[in-house]
Ligand binder design. Structure first.
Ligand SMILES: NC(=O)c1ccc[n+]([C@@H]2O[C@H](COP(=O)([O-])OP(=O)(O)OC[C@H]3O[C@@H](n4cnc5c(N)ncnc54)[C@H](O)[C@@H]3O)[C@@H](O)[C@H]2O)c1
Ligand SMILES: O=C(O)C[C@H](O)C(=O)O
Ligand SMILES: [Mg+2]
Length: 572
């Protein structure tokens, strides 16, 4: 491997940074640069006297300065680009700023602004970050990953997308690299995963987005999406290469299209350390929110009738985890009884057993034609959301459809007519795709709805009660999961580890007070992530998939959390 201009033991929180570079090279590398925070002595040994203003600034004051710059930037996309530029100048300062203002900045570096950044990628692009792999050059996968400069023991996480199902905005081609970068920033800010132990990857398999293909500035491969055997071979080559080059890394799949997401997960989950955030991360956080809501409404989970509107990757992942939880209660006689609690709806309407377009993982949830025989339908031949709500009288309504505004007043009022405390989660991102706004849901149900959303929403005041809206986003799960896997050296991500993550999150909620949120807030993300990580690491050990022994899980997890502080320097 090429000699780097710095070295640091990134497996320990306070590793000394050994800098080989001198002068301007120190300042132009975001891993070594600390600008005016270099002390007089450091400036001497690194040869940077005269290259920075003479005054000295502490990290705290530098943070104040860049925070001011952030506040003075007008648009959300502008703020995103300001933060990106900061990260390219000074990594510690970027994460220090982010960690100190997580609640304010998460919506900028992550959902919802990340959606706009992805759409605008080929226009705002200025410098590369991450690894870009092309389906047309599978022979370059290994070299491209090696070129990133990390060794076999240096990587905890590879976050990868093929960009087919970015948030609720669909196929975004090469711009999807930004979701991989965004998720990894959250891993670092929330769980202290070392930023240099992660690799964001986009698999450029082409795009079916005609807007991108016809844009002269588009930066990806200019052909339609490759599917079938060539796609599968490319994925296989990628997974195998990551395994060979970085045997300790967990592969996190993000925003892969519905048909491929489940297939890829099932193909690899028993063979490599891998996790699908949209399927498993989402399910874990939503289950925790459902359990908190069920605690408020009273009764058992199995008593509920659940409509999943938009039953694709996320929706079916949620259904699977809720089904397993119902079955574990021991109160149901059979699997069929658990399936019968769900009413999954897709773009074609309610899933019915004679629907040949259903994917393997959707089929077990399909309702029998007989179930709907005799229903009077709003639109003949199409069993839509309103029909299902009217006939099924659901108690839980989940939205993972990408269809903004789908939970109309009519639908919500109908649901509320038969259910005193309707549990309604419009989970689609970004904000414009949310199936309803919390303010509308609370107004239409006279403050009775128990609401959680995917994107952040402000609190709602209704009838003298302030309702704080839980953000049921997988960001409450994946950072802790990744940290737990890294801290325990887990070789697989098991169903038990996902369930443990969900349970630990549920254990942090106390939603009995009127208006209280169903999940901890984003401001508590570091505490949440550490808690989830400990539960995940312990479960990995219990199931025998952890390589490290867990003598002191709290210290092992906490000690692994990287803190955004300037480390000690040694000039070499
Ligand atoms: N809150 C979270 O943490 C979280 C996590 C994952 C996904 N999501 C959101 O959920 C949405 C779906 O993501 P996904 O990965 O499951 O996508 P997906 O493409 O796998 O699933 C979408 C499903 O919605 C259905 N659908 C599309 N349009 C519809 C319509 N008009 N009416 C009814 N059904 C419709 C499709 O048939 C499909 O089954 C996205 O907006 C995404 O941002 C949120
Ligand atoms: O990225 C998010 O904000 C959550 C989720 O993974 C999504 O696809 O919407
Ligand atoms: Mg996603």
């Amino acid at each position: 491997m090429a000699e780097r201009d710095y070295e640091q033991d990134t497996t320990v929180a306070d590793g000394v940074l050994r800098i080989r570079a001198r002068g301007r090279a120190v300042l132009s590398n975001p891993m070594t640069n600390r600008g005016t925070a270099f002390t007089d002595e450091e400036r001497t040994v690194l040869g940077i006297h005269g290259l920075v203003p003479t005054g000295f600034t502490t990290l705290e004051n530098q943070t104040r300065r860049v925070y001011e710059q952030f506040r003075n930037t007008g648009t959300m996309l502008g703020k995103f680009l300001t933060l990106n530029a900061l990260r390219d100048r000074n990594e510690v300062l970027f994460y220090h700023l982010l960690t100190n203002h997580l609640e304010e900045m998460l919506p900028v570096i992550y959902t919802p602004t990340i959606g706009e950044a992805i759409e605008r990628f080929s226009h705002t692009y200025n410098r590369p970050r991450g690894v870009f792999l092309s389906v047309d050059r599978p022979d370059q996968i290994a070299d491209s990953l090696r070129n990133y400069g990390l060794g076999a023991d240096d990587v905890d996480l590879v976050c990868v997308t093929d960009s087919e199902g970015i948030l609720g905005i669909g196929d975004q081609g090469i711009g999807g690299i930004q979701i991989a970068i965004g998720k990894l920033s959250v891993y670092t800010a929330a769980a202290g995963i070392h930023p240099r132990r992660t690799i964001p990857v986009v698999l450029d398999v082409g795009t079916d987005n005609l807007g991108l293909l016809s844009n002269d500035l588009y930066l990806g491969e200019r052909h339609s999406r490759v599917r079938g055997e060539k796609y599968d071979d490319f994925i296989d080559e990628f997974v195998t290469t990551v395994q060979q080059l970085f045997p300790k890394a967990m592969i996190h799949w993000e925003d892969v299209g519905t048909a491929n997401a489940h297939r890829i997960l099932h193909r690899y989950q028993d063979e490599v350390c891998t996790f699908n955030d949209d399927i498993q991360g989402t399910a874990a956080v939503v289950l925790a929110a459902i359990l908190a809501a069920v605690d408020v409404t009273g009764g058992d989970l199995e008593d509920h009738r659940i409509v999943v509107f938009g039953a694709g990757s996320a929706g079916m992942g949620i259904a699977n985890l809720v089904r397993d939880t119902m079955l574990r209660s021991g109160r149901l006689e059979s699997e069929e009884e658990a399936y019968a609690r769900f009413w999954p709806i897709g773009i074609q309407g309610l899933y019915l057993d004679d629907d040949t377009s259903l994917l393997d993982f959707q089929r077990p949830y399909a309702r029998s034609r007989d179930d709907v025989a005799g229903w009077e339908l709003e639109k003949p031949g199409h069993v839509g959301l309103m029909d299902v709500v009217r006939h099924v009288r659901p108690t839980i309504l989940i939205g993972t459809s990408t269809r903004g505004g789908a939970f109309s007043r009519e639908v919500v009022e109908e649901m509320a007519r038969h259910c005193t405390r309707p549990i309604i989660f419009p989970l689609s991102n970004p904000t414009s795709r949310a199936e309803a706004t919390p303010a509308d849901l609370l107004e239409w149900t006279d403050g009775q709805a128990l609401v959680a959303t995917g994107s952040p929403f402000p609190p709602v005041d209704h009838d003298g009660v302030r309702h704080v809206i839980a953000q049921s986003n997988n960001a409450l799960i994946f950072p802790g999961l990744g940290l737990g896997v890294a801290a325990s050296g887990a070789r697989r991500v098991t169903a038990g580890m996902i369930a443990a993550a969900s349970e630990s999150l549920a254990g942090m909620v106390n939603a009995w007070r009127p208006g209280a949120p169903l999940l901890p807030g984003v401001g508590e993300l570091r505490l949440v992530s550490a808690t989830v990580a400990i539960a995940v690491a312990q479960q990995a050990a219990l199931e025998g998939v952890a390589e490290k022994s867990l003598g002191d899980p709290i210290q092992q997890v906490y000690g692994r959390m990287w803190q955004p502080r300037y480390p000690d320097i040694e000039a070499i």
